[in-house]
Design a protein around this ligand. Structure first.
Ligand SMILES: NC(=O)c1ccc[n+]([C@@H]2O[C@H](COP(=O)([O-])OP(=O)(O)OC[C@H]3O[C@@H](n4cnc5c(N)ncnc54)[C@H](OP(=O)(O)O)[C@@H]3O)[C@@H](O)[C@H]2O)c1
Length: 324
């Protein structure tokens, strides 16, 4: 089968495409003929060897797919064969993957494979982050940093489905427009020095109850300062490459919380942890309350370049690779 291969840690653009043997499902696993795979910043970081958990070399990058079940291993219901599914699985950028049956769910007919493939990591993170960690309530207002990235667009969709008002922060007019198209009420350009003032002026009469931050760097402290008393600052990631150091007196003065959202760690802590999140995701997709979309769709050959764009801040929204 054709697959993107990381033979040594490198810049994503230097990844190679090879013919390698297709994997077979073991006990508790399913083999999936991949139709589409999502791309995210963490996949690019993995290729660089910069992720908190290093994958042993060589490996096929990617972590989320949609496709059809080709075979099942021992202990898995054979009725799954032939069904269209989405799954979390390492090695997603290939024609076939094996995934744990626990991390595989049957797709509703109304969800195209490209949309499904790009919504596993980001939407599970958003559901876990907003509901479990952030205790988000309908009617609250959330500020999303990096709002036009994959994680950002996903959390806008999930927050809106939960009845939350969303404000986007991003670094250009084009990115703000994309976030607004996906449901943010308005956006601010946080590459401008006075962005907090601009936010406060537009947000008159409302508080900021939650910050969702996948970006870190210099934006985090300013965003925390926007929070109302009782607010929650959700730490999602550090796409700037810079881990912010927040003065703790701010949490005291604002009576607010800083909450770490490590969805991957939560999933690894117990194999069944993510199952209710996946099932909730599928039910929200089936009812049409969530509407994920692939921002761009690319052939497998373009996966290295698209991962490079994620690394270089040149990516827009959620890129997806169409494989079959
Ligand atoms: N906690 C969890 O469980 C969890 C789960 C999934 C992902 N994550 C993390 O969330 C972060 C975002 O992932 P993603 O897939 O949404 O990435 P993405 O699509 O690239 O979006 C990240 C955004 O960060 C901003 N950014 C600022 N400085 C940047 C830089 N130097 N390089 C790249 N982007 C920069 C960009 O927006 P502007 O140009 O508008 O600033 C970009 O749109 C990553 O750190 C990822 O590891 C965490």
């Amino acid at each position: 089968m054709r697959a993107v291969l990381c033979e040594h840690y490198c810049d994503p653009k230097d990844l190679v495409i090879r013919d390698i043997p297709a994997p077979a499902p073991g006990e508790g696993q399913v083999a999936i003929d991949v139709e589409a795979a999502g791309l995210g910043y963490a996949d690019a970081l993995n290729v660089r060897g910069g992720y908190q958990l290093k994958r042993p070399l060589p490996f096929v990058p990617g972590s989320e797919v949609a496709g059809r079940v080709a075979a099942v291993g021992a202990g898995v219901d054979a009725a799954l064969v032939g069904r269209r599914v989405m799954a979390l699985s390492n090695g997603a950028l290939a024609e076939r993957v094996v995934a744990s049956a626990l991390q595989t769910v049957v797709l509703p007919d109304n969800v195209p494979s490209e949309s499904a493939a790009g919504c596993l990591v980001t939407y599970c993170t958003a559901l876990y982050g907003l509901e479990t960690c952030g205790q988000l309530r309908a009617g609250e207002t959330m500020l999303v940093l990096g709002a036009a990235g994959g994680v950002g667009l996903a959390v806008i969709d999930v927050a809106r489905a939960l009845g939350v008002r969303v404000i986007a922060a991003a670094s250009s007019a084009e990115k703000i427009a994309l976030a607004v198209k996906h449901g943010a009420e308005f956006g601010v350009d946080y590459s401008q020095a006075e962005w907090r003032k601009a936010l406060t002026a537009r947000n008159e009469g409302h508080t900021i109850d939650v910050v969702y931050d996948p970006v870190g760097g210099p934006y985090a402290e300013t965003a925390l300062r926007c929070l109302a008393p009782g607010g929650r600052f959700l730490v999602i990631g550090f796409a700037t490459g810079e881990i912010p150091r927040i003065p703790l007196n701010l949490t005291l003065l604002k009576r607010c919380s800083i909450v770490g959202v490590d969805w991957g760690g939560y999933m690894r802590a117990a194999p069944g942890n993510n199952r209710p999140i996946l099932e909730r995701l599928v039910s929200l997709l089936a009812s049409g309350r969530l509407t994920p979309t692939a921002t761009s769709v690319h052939p497998l050959d373009e996966a290295p370049e698209m991962l490079q764009r994620l690394m270089d801040r040149r990516s827009l929204g959620k890129p997806v690779v169409r494989i079959a």
